[in-house]
Structures are given as structure tokens and as C-alpha cells.
Design a binder for this molecule. Structure first.
Ligand SMILES: Cc1cc2nc3c(=O)[nH]c(=O)nc-3n(C[C@H](O)[C@H](O)[C@H](O)COP(=O)(O)O)c2cc1C
Ligand SMILES: [Mn+2]
Length: 475
């Protein structure tokens, strides 16, 4: 069974050896975030900070889902499950979306404390100052927003960064191309002055993950969270709008995006591994806050992988796989290596005719989320999930002239390699690295691959079976 709340998650992480309780005092001003960053870079466990400076009694969960091991725990699986197994469970469960069920306020832990608008002070919560040089403290580093479409009942969950502006106001990066941006635009066009929004800090891990994955337009991420949980997520009505929130949430900030008021937000350390992106954003007025007793705050700190954003590659690669197959392209597997900040797609193909890689690239250009701008196409004997094999193919089979093709195409301005001019003009480039043997090469002209797996089958089987007998550790 999947984990139902942030605190159940903490208990399960602890059982799995994926959590360290930090009793030493840590400062919300950089120290807590710097620890989280270090955790990410050494593939360490999540941290439950139990002694945050200036916030007696407050607790803060850092790096909650910075590893696939913790993704597995969130789904109720063994932390040691392989990536392919995790991916298979995810794909299987996602086939059956389950809408949420509404519960009464009395059954909703997130209503244990209700703070009225006049009493709101966001500084009552330990929002971190993530880096010196950021635009401010961020209440939303691992928090999701809920908004509803004006024209239909589509409810969107998305993780977008949210900065503290003052005691009662926030500002978020609600990118226009993202679903929240598209929904806000409809309110603007309809002449509305405000958009109801909810910011959930300390949501259950499954809903939080789904908020960061790319579900298509019109799909309710909460139904996908139900799919992954294999049971409906319990939601409860908000105090200030007709939105609903997961009842187990730790902290629920209810607000309004003010379409007539903009304030500076950012810069902020991004998932690209660089600080970027200050600009004028719509102010969010906080209308009220509800929270559990002794709420547990959550934080992430993006940078060089791994981190929470790294997990998105799993769903993206499955989406690509389905997409290519729907076009009849004979692919084996797709992988978005987290090590490459979700900017690279690796595709395994059966090279049944010439220009297979170009065919894959053309399809890739039809749907390219976010910063994805490099595609590596490999033959079917390369394990796309094994970065060693992928890099080996790139090094040995990609012809420096024939194999590399560059295309001028728009890509998201966050790609660090873009010049200022390219960023402002919305220009960009996409590259294809074709690591397949040219189909016109007769089989006998292709260098035979040598590896353990190319020894005779019976010898491979014998050695594999006797491996520990030889004195080696089980692999
Ligand atoms: C920690 C974290 C922070 C993120 N911050 C932002 C952000 O500030 N703005 C943004 O557009 N996307 C951000 N994203 C990516 C979105 O969560 C992601 O694209 C998601 O699919 C958005 O939801 P949507 O598809 O419903 O628009 C962030 C992702 C993570 C994991
Ligand atoms: Mn969405």
C-alpha cells in the first residue's frame, strides 16, 4: 500500500534506513538547505530537522524524494527494488486513475488548526533561505499548488517555486506554458482580478510526486495520485474557495493570485544546477492557513542531480515510449538519465531501415517538455538504463560528422547553454547523437561487440550460476 501522509512517509523512511533525525540545531538561513544539497550530492538519506533556529518545536523534512529508493518507499515498495521494477509498477498502476473522495472537516487532520486572514504570518513557519543571493525565503521548495480551470472541472496540481514576499503575501513562478499558467490566463481573459490557489506544504509523497510529473492538459494529477496509491486520496473542502485539498496535508495555505499586482520574485537555484530566473510575478494574497498539530514542513534544494526533480524522468521516459510506439517506430526502451538533469533522452531502436535515428528525432521534436534538447539514439543491444553502456556507445559509435546533427528549434530559456540573445528571442537548438550502425554497412563490416554477454550462452549461464562459488559477492 502506498504511503498516505507526510508523517507516515517519515515513519516508513525511517524503517527503510532512509531517514536521519537531525537533533543538532540548524539555521533556516542557508544551513538547512546546504545540508539538503549535500545529501543530494552524496545520495544520502532524507533529513528530519527537529531543531530549527528561531522555530522551537518545528520540524522540517529535507530531501524527501531525492532518490528513487524513497520513491519506492512512497509507493509502499521495498527501497531496494530495481529502477526497471519501479518503472514497471508505476506504469501498471498508472493505467487506472482513481478520483479522490471528499471527507468531512472533522476527519481531516489538515483542519486541526485554522488561522484566519487577520492572524496570518507566514514567518511562523520555517521557510528556508536556500542560497545567499536568492530573491528571498522560499515557502515552496517542495510544495504544490492546486488551481481549478475556469471553464471546466479540471483541477491542476503542480509544483512551482513560491517565495515569501511579506507576512501575508507570496510570489510564485507560475510559468505561462505550464498548466497553472494556462489556467491563470483564462481567468485574466475572462476579466477576473483574482485566481483562487492553494499551496500545500508537507503533502503526502504520492500527490507531491504527481504534482511534479507531466500529466497532459486536462488530466487531474490527484486522480493519478489515486492510481499510484491504488485507492482514492481523501480530500477536504477549503475554507476560502471551492477547491479541495488532500486531508492529510501538513500545511495548507489558501490564497488568491492577484492578477493586477506584480512583484519581483527570484532568482533561485534551479534544477539545471544553476541559479536563474528573477522577474515580475503576480502577488499571492494569503486568505488563511490551516495546518495539522505540530506541522512538518518539507524542503528540497535543486542543483546538480540527484534531487526531487530527477524522478520526473521515469514518467517522461514512459510517455515517450508510448508516443514512439504509437507512431510505429520500433523502439526498445527510452530513458531520461537523471544524471543529465532531464535534458537528454536516450532511445534504443531496432535499426530496420536507414535514418531510424532521424525518424526518432523528428517525433521527439513534436513533444519536448521543458529543457529536453539532446537525444541519443542507440542500437537495441545497448541497455538504455545503463549509463556506462550509453556513454560507451556515444564514444564509440557516434560518428563526429555523420552521427551528430543539430537543429535550430525553440527550447526552454532555462537551458544554461543558451546565450542571453537566444533566451530573450525564444531561440534554441536541439542535437541528435546517432549511435547506431549505418544500415548500409553489411553485417560483416560492423565491429563485433565484445562483452561478457557475447561469450557462448552455456558459458555465460555456468559462470553466472557459479559466481559466488568462485568467491565473488552476489551481483
Ligand atoms: C522542486 C521543484 C520545483 C519546481 N519549480 C517549478 C517552477 O518554479 N516553475 C515551473 O514552471 N515548474 C517548476 N517545476 C516543474 C513542475 O513541477 C513540472 O513541470 C510539473 O509538471 C508542473 O505541473 P503541470 O504539468 O501541471 O504544469 C518544479 C519541479 C520541482 C520538482
Ligand atoms: Mn497538470
Amino acid at each position: 500500500m502506498a504511503v498516505k501522509s507526510n508523517r507516515d512517509f517519515i515513519a516508513k523512511l525511517e524503517e527503510a534506513g532512509e531517514l536521519v533525525r537531525v537533533k543538532e540545531q540548524v539555521d533556516w538561513d542557508e544551513e538547512m538547505s546546504a545540508i539538503v544539497r549535500r545529501i543530494c550530492e552524496i545520495h544520502g538519506p532524507a533529513a528530519l530537522f527537529e531543531n530549527v533556529k528561531d522555530y522551537p518545536g518545528a520540524r522540517c523534512l529535507g530531501a524527501p524524494l531525492a532518490e528513487n529508493r524513497r520513491f519506492a518507499v512512497a509507493l509502499g515498495l521495498d527501497a531496494n527494488i530495481s529502477y526497471q521494477e519501479l518503472r514497471a509498477v508505476y506504469a501498471e498502476r498508472m493505467q487506472k486513475p482513481i478520483p479522490p473522495v471528499e471527507v468531512k472537516k472533522a476527519q481531516a487532520p489538515c483542519k486541526e488548526n485554522i488561522i484566519a486572514e487577520k492572524d496570518v504570518d507566514i514567518f511562523d513557519f520555517p521557510s528556508p533561505m536556500v542560497h545567499d543571493g536568492d530573491g528571498g525565503r522560499y515557502v515552496g521548495t517542495w510544495a504544490y499548488q492546486i488551481t481549478k480551470d475556469l471553464e471546466n472541472n479540471w483541477v491542476n496540481y503542480g509544483i512551482y517555486r513560491v517565495m515569501v514576499y511579506d507576512e501575508q503575501h507570496l510570489a510564485g513562478l507560475f510559468t505561462p506554458s505550464k498548466h497553472i499558467g494556462q489556467q491563470i490566463e483564462k481567468y485574466r481573459k475572462a476579466g477576473k482580478k483574482t485566481v483562487p490557489v492553494v499551496i500545500v506544504v508537507g503533502g503526502d509523497p504520492v500527490s507531491s510526486l504527481m504534482a511534479s510529473f507531466d500529466a497532459p492538459v486536462g488530466v487531474d494529477e490527484i486522480d493519478c495520485a489515486g492510481a499510484l496509491s491504488q485507492e482514492p486520496i481523501e480530500v477536504v473542502k477549503c475554507e476560502h474557495s471551492d477547491l479541495q485539498v488532500p486531508a492529510q496535508s501538513e500545511i495548507v495555505i489558501e490564497g488568491e493570485v492577484m492578477l493586477d499586482v506584480t512583484v519581483p520574485e527570484g532568482p533561485f537555484g534551479e534544477f539545471t544546477g544553476y541559479r536563474s530566473g528573477s522577474g515580475m510575478r503576480n502577488l499571492i494574497k494569503i486568505k488563511g492557513i490551516t495546518h495539522r498539530n505540530d506541522p512538518i514542513f518539507t524542503i528540497s534544494n535543486m542543483g546538480i542531480p540527484f534531487h526531487e526533480s530527477s524522478l520526473r524522468g521515469l514518467s517522461r521516459s514512459l510517455t515517450y515510449e508510448k508516443f514512439f510506439k504509437s507512431l510505429g517506430i520500433p523502439i526498445t526502451n527510452c530513458h531520461v538519465p537523471p544524471e543529465m538533469s532531464e535534458m537528454v533522452l536516450v532511445v534504443g531502436v531496432k535499426t530496420i531501415h536507414a535514418d531510424m535515428a532521424v525518424r526518432v528525432k523528428n517525433a521527439f521534436s513534436a513533444w519536448r517538455p521543458s529543457c529536453m534538447h539532446k537525444i541519443i539514439v542507440v542500437d537495441e543491444d545497448v541497455d538504455v538504463f545503463n549509463l556506462n553502456e550509453v556513454l560507451h556507445a556515444l564514444a564509440t559509435k557516434c560518428h563526429p560528422i555523420r552521427g551528430i546533427k543539430a537543429y535550430e528549434e525553440h527550447i526552454l530559456h532555462l537551458v544554461p547553454a543558451l546565450s542571453v540573445e537566444e533566451r530573450t528571442k525564444g531561440k534554441g537548438a536541439v542535437a541528435l547523437f546517432d549511435c547506431t550502425w549505418p544500415t548500409e554497412w553489411p553485417l560483416e563490416e560492423r565491429p563485433p561487440r565484445i562483452s561478457f554477454s557475447t561469450y557462448p550462452d552455456d558459458l555465460v549461464a555456468k559462470i553466472t550460476k557459479k559466481w559466488t562459488k568462485y568467491g565473488f559477492k552476489k551481483v
